[in-house]
Design a protein around this ligand. Structure first.
Ligand SMILES: C[S@@+](CC[C@H](N)C(=O)[O-])C[C@H]1O[C@@H](n2cnc3c(N)ncnc32)[C@H](O)[C@@H]1O
Length: 296
């Protein structure tokens, strides 16, 4: 079959996409009588399709029909979900760094002909594209509003990008924070960081204070008589989550208090689905809707 294959995660992927779908519908309902120009921005857009990773490999001919059905199951990814909201957005910006995946995104114009002129596939790096888009006009004054969905595999989103989004005062942000898949793995129990890791975490959190929030330090005499600093990791997933929510609150007026941890089949938290709204006035109701949607 000709549909593009893209394999991401399992049940946690469904949970994430279901939340996005619900929010986009609610967003349109809340803004249905408003004069705003509404944009959906998917900055890690993939191909538009999402397929479950573990498809059953049925060998028995008795299962032919079932196997055919399951292996041909192409689920909607975030881009296709956004294109299917009952009320369309004025513009859909799909950013994807991989050229082949971006070419698949362009085909969505054919799949959704009524929306073709509103679809903009962009083959670019998400952080640099988003930062320049956020800074390119005065969103708030020009009556623009947007929902941005940031769904990276790992630690690709930098704090400066999140800041640029917040500064528009016009964008609602859904972000998959790489809680277990990135950050927690980069916090060694001993506090002995391989080169470059602390800088990477600084860029994720936008400041170096995470270190004192996650590590307890004390001095102990070294073999040579001088004092040596010993660090021990104290933060667990829940402390890291709270810290990130606190960071978001320093730049967004409204941040959901209950980001949703997304677990793998071994019950390890992989990501944290976070929500923040940049508009002082409209963000209040947006946050309430998001907090409802984020309930487990
Ligand atoms: C988890 S997938 C996105 C899945 C998609 N949201 C969906 O629901 O179908 C992440 C995507 O981001 C792309 N990507 C990775 N780093 C990127 C970057 N720095 N800028 C833009 N795209 C990037 C990858 O090629 C991949 O297709």
């Amino acid at each position: 079959m000709s549909e593009p294959l893209q394999q991401f995660g399992g049940n946690w992927t469904d949970q994430k996409l279901q939340r996005l779908r619900e929010y986009l519908i609610a967003y349109h309902n809340a803004l249905k009588n408003s004069p705003f120009k509404l944009t959906y921005i998917d900055a890690f857009a993939g191909t538009g399709y999402n397929t479950p990773k573990a498809l059953p490999d049925y060998q028995s001919p008795l299962f032919d029909d079932l196997a055919a059905k399951d292996t041909r199951q192409f689920l909607d990814g975030s881009a296709r979900i956004a294109l299917q909201t009952p009320r369309p957005f004025d513009e859909y910006i799909f950013v994807e760094q991989d050229a082949e995946r971006c070419a698949e995104l362009s085909k969505l114009k054919t799949k959704f002909p009524a929306l073709a002129s509103r679809i903009k596939p962009i083959n670019d790096e998400a952080n640099s594209y988003l930062t320049s888009l956020c800074n390119s006009f005065n969103w708030h004054r020009e009556g623009r509003r947007a929902v941005v969905f940031l769904d990276p595999f790992g630690m690709q989103v930098s704090w400066t990008t999140i800041q640029a989004i917040a500064q528009t005062q016009a964008i609602d942000l859904w972000l998959l924070f790489p809680l277990g898949i990135g950050v927690n793995r980069m916090l060694p129990k001993s506090g002995q960081f391989p080169p470059g890791w602390r800088k990477r975490l600084d860029s994720m959190f936008g400041e170096p204070d995470w270190y004192s929030a996650f590590y307890e330090t004390h001095s102990s005499p070294s073999l040579f008589g001088d004092a040596e600093e010993i660090a021990v990791k104290r933060a667990d997933s829940s402390a890291i989550s709270s810290y990130f929510v606190k960071r978001l609150k320093t730049i967004f007026p409204h941040v959901a208090e209950n980001p949703l941890p997304l677990f793998n089949s071994l019950n390890c938290p992989l990501y944290l689905l976070c929500f923040a709204a940049g508009n002082q006035k409209g963000g209040k109701i947006a946050k309430r809707i998001a907090e409802h949607i984020l309930k487990p």
